[in-house]
Design a protein around this ligand. Structure first.
Ligand code: HEC
Ligand code: HEC
Length: 223
């Protein structure tokens, strides 16, 4: 009887060791680190300007579509500034004399250890909306043509900073955007920004397929 009990508990112990219950749980870590106190962790996105103005941080409920996982793992250990004037720039503009100055831009509060960051990134990559894949055709492209299209024709840098061209600060920087974002998501967002964020202040334009591919290639090359 005693022998059998010892055998049984030994077996139970072996089973416990083999099961992944000891691995860090990404979803639980998102909860205990209160990522959801600033980020919207489930959809749908807000649909009014009033709600946008209350947004503290970018939506993460489609992280699995948007980000490259390797970038995510690094960022949530040591966040950098992506939006020079913050998530909603109008909330961080103060008047000094007769000029606007950007003040007190909040940063991402995430400071995960390497192990926890891996688990959280794995979990975030499971947060996905329906999105076609294989749309971005990354290959050879003409950089000068892309720049002329984006910065002379479309004035993308009225709002976005380009690492070489410079530009506005009301939106995410293009610096390192190719390391950060999934090319298929870039394609989808450029095609229709409001599909992802109904009240985003970037206009939908009816780009031709070749111009979409040109922009996706240029942005993806910024690493
Ligand atoms: C106190 C508020 C706050 C908390 C808590 C917070 N963040 Fe952030 N997070 C931000 C802000 C603000 C930004 C935008 C920074 C920028 O663009 O420069 C951001 C940006 C991000 C981004 C980049 C998003 C994008 O679209 O560019 C990721 C990923 C992210 N946070 C993950 C996390 C995770 C994971 C946690 C929890 C472990 C977390 N954040 C907790 C405020 C917060
Ligand atoms: C009127 C200002 C404005 C203009 C002009 C503009 N955008 Fe945007 N763009 C935005 C805003 C606002 C966002 C979303 C901001 C956020 O995620 O915090 C955005 C997001 C993006 C994103 C996703 C960025 C990210 O890092 O999450 C890409 C890519 C992008 N824009 C490319 C372009 C391109 C290419 C052009 C020119 C064809 C352009 N934008 C013109 C305002 C603008």
């Amino acid at each position: 009887m005693m022998k059998r009990l010892v055998f049984m508990s030994g077996l139970l112990f072996a089973v416990m060791l083999a099961s992944p219950v000891f691995a860090a749980d990404g979803k639980a870590l998102v909860g205990s680190n209160k990522c959801g106190s600033c980020h919207q962790m489930s959809g749908p996105a807000v649909t009014t300007i009033a709600e946008i103005m209350k947004r503290k941080a970018p939506d993460l409920f489609y992280s699995g579509n948007k980000f490259n996982k390797e970038w995510l793992v690094g960022y949530i250990q040591a966040p950098t500034t992506i939006r020079p004037a913050g998530t909603v720039y109008l909330n961080n503009i103060k008047v000094e004399g007769d000029t606007d100055v950007v003040a007190n831009v909040p940063k991402c509060a995430s400071k995960l250890s390497a192990g926890d960051a891996g688990a959280v990134a794995d979990y975030l990559m499971t947060l996905k909306e329906d999105m076609p894949t294989g749309t971005a055709k990354i290959g050879k492209f003409k950089k000068a043509k892309a720049k002329s299209f984006m910065f002379k024709g479309e004035a993308c840098n009225a709002c976005h900073v380009d690492p070489r061209k410079g530009g506005g600060i009301s939106c995410p920087t293009f610096e390192g955007i190719g390391t950060r974002l999934n090319p298929d998501w870039l394609y989808s967002f450029l095609k229709n920004p409001q599909h992802w964020d109904p009240k985003v202040w970037m206009a939908k334009r009816d780009f031709e397929e070749k111009d979409l591919q040109l922009m996706v290639n240029y942005l993806s090359s910024l690493k």
